[in-house]
Design a protein around this ligand. Structure first.
Ligand SMILES: *Cc1c(COP(=O)(O)O)cnc(C)c1O
Length: 479
């Protein structure tokens, strides 16, 4: 690797203007790029086989430092180390390995990403993001009011990552009475002064519309430093690249060789991190993309047609964190497929805007998609229940519905002789209902979560009204 500066460009940027681009800390807080695109590294780092061998024995924090250093050159090394070391502790992730691998049988493994505070994989990225935000805001003497909408996993992961952080407040909108008792307890029992839970009388879409309305009020947004932590944040992607390397080394040891990963997919963030790892030289044979009944991405990888769904077409499933109408990170992947041509991305996305779809058939890009390592499939509610039952019967381990999606599609698409690593994106305890339906009993909860529903809860109940949330933010900010 050369010591070339790491700069980020937009997926909708002008055709390679050469020297342009921003360093990591400038895109960290940015959200969408000013031209409406997403930030991507101008050059993808690459490790050769000898370097991979050297990295293979590193513990999680050392490995994270090694990989993140390739993407971040505007935070001094000692500071970057400290931010990583305090995010990835055995106390926070209840494992010395942070993301341990559990072998179900020879050739079939579970990458356990869900031992963080909210019992879902989003903690891995979010814990580091919280440290990055606090660090950069402190350096710049700025504050940030994070405004988000959640139906579960993202909001709680953000709150647990940002709780108690200086210069940051979190305003999280959730649909009143629509989350599971467990999810509600996780969020509403936080008593930190910088966390504001707002229960909106409406559905998740109403919450999202309120966030959009506030963000579209540019004067308000600027005056109150409104930011977000949504899944397009580049720092979240890069944090997730680390565990693909960690799992690869854990499974292959000194032998090397190829592996495949199966990834329960919604907004394409997690699997895009795997795609980055593959581009960086990690010997990944297949990235197996699993969707549930909301199969917009499975359709694309089978047919070359990307057709976004209307909200009314989105089905409520038993793997709710994958119930999406379009996949926000998919644009980063397409940028790569069209050879880093921002004009081509702009054109595809304007076609998406006008007709709701684009079709890669007959373009030179479809071949790149075929060679990108991603294959796909989808599962149904019955598939998930059968998989939970089967994994429990064979291996004595209970997986959640999202992980079950991944295992089902992973087993359907694996190749003989190539180890399959299935990503565990949430613990079964988070989705008790479906597990109960599958095996006739609820999964055990990790220590400390047994009686979470009995903790005192606190939230602000609000009508579905953007002006009300603006008044609330203004009051909480003290002006
Ligand atoms: C967010 C989430 C997913 C989907 O991940 P993406 O990065 O959006 O593709 C899958 N499973 C669980 C449990 C999640 O919380």
């Amino acid at each position: 690797m050369t010591n070339q500066d790491m700069r980020y460009i937009s997926t909708r940027g002008e055709q390679k203007s050469g020297q342009s681009g921003k360093p990591f800390c400038d895109i960290l807080l940015e959200g969408l790029a000013p031209d409406g695109g997403l930030a991507v590294p101008a050059v993808c780092p690459h490790f050769d086989a000898a370097t991979l061998r050297e990295m293979s024995g590193l513990g999680y924090r050392d490995l994270a430092f090694r990989i993140l250093s390739e993407f971040i050159d505007d935070i001094p090394a000692v500071d970057l180390r400290a931010l990583i070391d305090s995010a990835y502790t055995p106390e926070t992730f209840r494992s010395a390995d942070i993301t341990p691998v559990r072998t179900l049988e020879p050739g079939l493994h579970l990458l356990q990403l869900s031992n963080g505070p909210t019992l879902a994989f989003k903690d891995v990225a979010m814990q580091l993001l919280g440290n990055f935000f606090q660090y950069v805001l402190h350096k710049r003497g700025e504050t940030l009011n994070i405004l988000g909408a959640t139906s579960g996993d993202t909001g709680s992961a953000a709150e647990y990552a940002m709780r108690g952080k200086h210069n940051i407040r979190v305003f999280m909108l959730s649909p009143h009475g629509k989350m599971s008792p467990f999810q509600r307890a996780q969020m509403y029992s936080l008593s930190d002064a910088n966390i504001y839970n707002i229960a909106v009388r409406g559905v998740f879409d109403d919450c999202q519309d309120m966030v959009k309305a506030v963000s579209n009020d540019l004067a308000f947004k600027a005056r109150y430093h409104i930011g977000s932590v949504n899944s397009i944040n580049w720092a979240r992607i890069v944090a997730q690249v680390v565990y693909y390397f960690k799992a690869y080394f854990a499974v292959t040891g000194a032998q090397g060789g190829a592996v495949s990963f199966s990834v329960p997919t919604g907004n394409f963030g997690n699997i895009f991190a795997g795609y980055m790892a593959r581009r960086m030289g990690l010997p990944i044979s297949r990235l197996i993309l699993a969707t549930n009944e909301n199969n917009v991405l499975d359709e694309f990888f089978r047919t070359g047609v990307y057709r976004v769904r209307a909200s009314s077409e989105v089905v409520e499933t038993s793997s709710p964190s994958m119930d999406i109408s379009k996949a926000s990170n998919f644009e980063r992947y397409m940028f790569d497929m069209v050879g880093g041509n921002g004009d081509a991305v702009r054109e595809l996305w304007s076609r998406l805007q006008s007709s709701g779809q684009f079709d890669l058939a007959g373009t030179p890009w479809i071949e790149r998609v075929r060679n990108s390592g991603i294959v796909s499939g989808h599962s149904t509610h019955a598939d998930r229940l059968a998989t939970i039952r089967d994994v429990h019967a064979r291996h004595g381990y209970i997986v959640d519905t999202h992980t079950a999606d991944g295992i089902k599609v992973g087993l359907d698409n694996r190749e003989p002789g190539i180890p399959l690593i299935c990503l565990e994106t949430a613990l079964a305890a988070k989705f008790e209902h479906a597990v109960q339906e599958a095996i006739g009993r609820a999964p055990e909860r990790p220590a400390g979560y047994e009686n979470i529903e009995n903790l005192p809860q606190r939230c602000e109940v609000m009508e579905s009204d953007a002006e009300a949330v603006k008044r609330f933010i203004a009051a909480a900010s003290g002006n």
